[in-house]
Design a protein around this ligand. Structure first.
Ligand code: G6P
Length: 367
């Protein structure tokens, strides 16, 4: 595998294009877990835990943040989440009746492992969402939830991120069913939405590349980029910014759209494009009004939306990337694709070492 990029220029590109297959693979595993009904995750006893704790680093942390929205919304479960380097020292008053999830592609990240050990000592039930099944984090957990993404070589995480999301979505649905917070019909509808992902991902990957390359050529001329989103699109905005800065070295920030007024709006001018991630969901109109605030100050907007959103918004954007309209639960995974490809192609235009960006490591095993 190591030597083989297939027809792709970089492992990162290969791994982006592997996502429909990887997601199909992980879903096959977890949908049957959901369909096996109430005891999908017996170790966690989702019906009685008072709260859930999540900790991770980097991209895995941002996947956890999206997971938090799902556990809260569908399973009515309070979620405490932090980056592992803070989590391990915060002296959080955690209940031993509670459960904790640690997310790590490598399963070897030092801070995440230390957070796991901290929770284990306090008596919490430990779950690990990992790619490397033979890793330290997997070994020390009470329950392992493999993401089954296959080897990820590119330092910037892509398919591991969407596979982590698929596992978190499945666990949130399973928790919701166990806790009786959604109906059986809602469970079935969510499972049907998840099952559509491989097909929709394939369709998106087959169609958006020319548009993304055009946009990436332009983006590569800027020094600063702001990403905005609301709801689950907020962590995705942070992931978009992280991906871009990691591999293109362009300074980028991801912000909650509603926080625009509380700071970043002071930076808006024609030199800082604003990438707005806005599927046509219940937040769309609010996010569009943030977009209008950007446009009114001479800012350049790049809108990433779906067919319904593109019809509904009349704003004159610098670019609009239009994806198929999809159910809310799968939007973060589908919208990850243009975000990843944009960072990738921008870095290719800048001529950076995409798979081995300067100063970064695939796995951070020291504190
Ligand atoms: C490094 C990698 C990131 C990754 C993070 C956490 O920073 O470059 O891609 O998200 O570590 O790694 P883990 O293996 O724990 O997911």
């Amino acid at each position: 595998y190591l030597a083989n990029k297939g027809k792709h220029r970089h492992f990162m590109e290969k791994e982006i294009y592997e996502q429909p297959e990887a997601i199909g693979h992980v879903l096959a595993h977890y949908v049957s877990l959901i369909e096996n009904r109430a005891d999908a995750v017996p170790i966690f006893d989702f019906a009685s835990i008072p709260s859930l704790t999540i900790s991770a680093c980097g991209t895995a942390y941002l996947a956890g943040l999206i997971g938090k929205y799902w556990f809260e919304r569908y399973a009515r479960l309070t979620v405490e989440i932090d980056v592992a380097s803070e989590f391990r020292y915060r002296e959080i008053p955690l209940s031993p009746q509670s459960a904790a999830l640690f997310i790590s592609q490598s399963g070897e990240t030092a801070d995440t492992l230390a957070s796991l050990r901290y929770c284990k000592k306090l008596g919490l039930k430990i779950g690990a969402i990992v790619n490397a099944a033979e890793s330290s984090i997997a070994r020390e957990a009470d329950a392992v939830f493999p993401i089954l993404a296959g080897p990820e070589i590119g330092v910037a995480s892509t398919k591991a991120f969407t596979c982590q999301l698929a596992v978190l979505a499945a666990l949130a649905i399973s928790a919701a069913r166990t806790r009786g917070t959604i109906t059986e019909n809602e469970v079935q509808a969510l499972v049907r939405s998840l099952a559509e992902m491989p097909r929709i991902m394939g369709q998106v990957l087959n169609s958006i590349q020319p548009k993304i390359e055009l946009l990436a050529r332009e983006l590569s001329k800027y020094h600063d980029v702001l990403y905005l989103g609301r709801g689950t699109s907020f962590p995705l905005a942070m992931e978009g910014a992280l991906k871009l800065k990691e591999i293109s070295y362009i300074h980028a920030e991801g912000y909650a759209a509603g926080e625009l007024k509380h700071g970043p709006i002071a930076l808006i001018d024609k030199n800082m494009p604003v990438i707005v991630i806005a599927p046509f969901d219940r937040f769309f109109n609010k996010t569009v009004s943030n977009m209008e605030e950007v446009a009114a100050r001479g800012g350049r907007v790049i809108l990433v939306t779906d067919e319904k959103g593109a019809t509904a918004s009349r704003l004159d954007t610098m670019h609009t990337i239009v994806l198929p309209a999809v159910d809310e639960i799968i939007a973060p995974m589908i919208f990850s694709l243009p975000i990843q490809l944009l960072a990738y192609h921008t870095a290719v235009f800048m001529g950076t070492d995409v798979d081995q960006p300067r100063n970064l490591a695939k796995s951070v095993t020291v504190e």
